[in-house]
Design a protein around this ligand. Structure first.
Ligand code: E4P
Length: 228
């Protein structure tokens, strides 16, 4: 399963790449705002970093950049999507799952501009981007589970539907807004392609109380053993 970092902060992107070898980045308007930079500067900085790493295209290291969320008409989405895509060959255009967004994604994919349909909250919503040939679909997990839903079946249904119709591994499923290591595991068990979450969730997933306890045991043993 691929790990993407959900952030537009350069220090986090660099750290997650160096320590975890993340496979890509996803951003959204909230992450851009939290980077403290203007939109253009924030995405140009990420573009420059991908170039410095030697990534040639989205195939090497995809970076999802979301369009202005106020745009719902296809005719308005297309110019912005084309403009953003010119900034880096690594950029994948993230478009909300709305009627005009779907049409725009279909057109952009035909032009060779890869897309990520986002803000997906149901299996029915997830089928359409696959039919449109999108590179990614982003079903959100955390937001639903925060509202008391168990997302295991939701994500499993999407994986099963994709398998039934040959969409699996063509339109890759990014389980988004992951908040806990358990949600990462649920997505992995379901056969999801990718998870995207913040750096803290990945850091949490490395931790276990028995690891701490075991380290204590081994450190005691180390200290009580002659070295030569
Ligand atoms: C997904 O691609 C989104 O960027 C993201 O997961 C949205 O959720 P969050 O910002 O609340 O984590």
């Amino acid at each position: 399963m691929k790990y993407f970092l959900d952030s537009a902060k350069m220090d986090e992107i660099k750290e997650a790449y160096e320590y975890l070898g993340i496979d890509g980045v996803t951003t959204n308007p909230k992450h851009i705002m939290n980077s403290g930079k203007p939109f253009k500067k924030a995405i140009e900085d990420i573009a420059k970093w991908t170039e410095d790493q030697g990534f040639k295209s989205w195939k090497d290291f995809p970076v999802s950049v979301e369009i202005d969320p106020w745009l719902e008409d296809c005719d308005k989405i297309l110019p912005m999507a084309r403009e953003i895509s010119k900034i880096s060959p690594c950029f994948v255009i993230k478009i909300p799952s709305v009627y005009g967004g779907l049409k725009a994604a279909r057109i952009l994919e035909k032009e060779g501009i890869r897309t990520n349909l986002t803000l997906v909250f149901s299996p029915a919503q997830a089928i359409l981007p696959a039919k449109a040939g999108c590179l990614f679909v982003s079903p959100f997990i955390g937001w639903k589970e925060s509202n008391g839903e168990d997302c295991k079946k939701y994500i499993q249904d999407i994986v099963d539907i994709y398998r039934n119709y040959g969409y699996l591994r063509k339109t890759e499923i990014i389980a988004a807004a992951i908040r806990t290591p358990k949600q990462i595991v649920d997505c992995a068990v379901a056969g999801c392609d990718i998870v995207t979450c913040g750096l803290d969730v990945y850091k949490d997933s490395i931790k276990h109380p028995y690891t701490v306890q075991g380290l204590g045991t081994f450190r005691d043993a180390w200290d009580n053993t002659a070295k030569e």
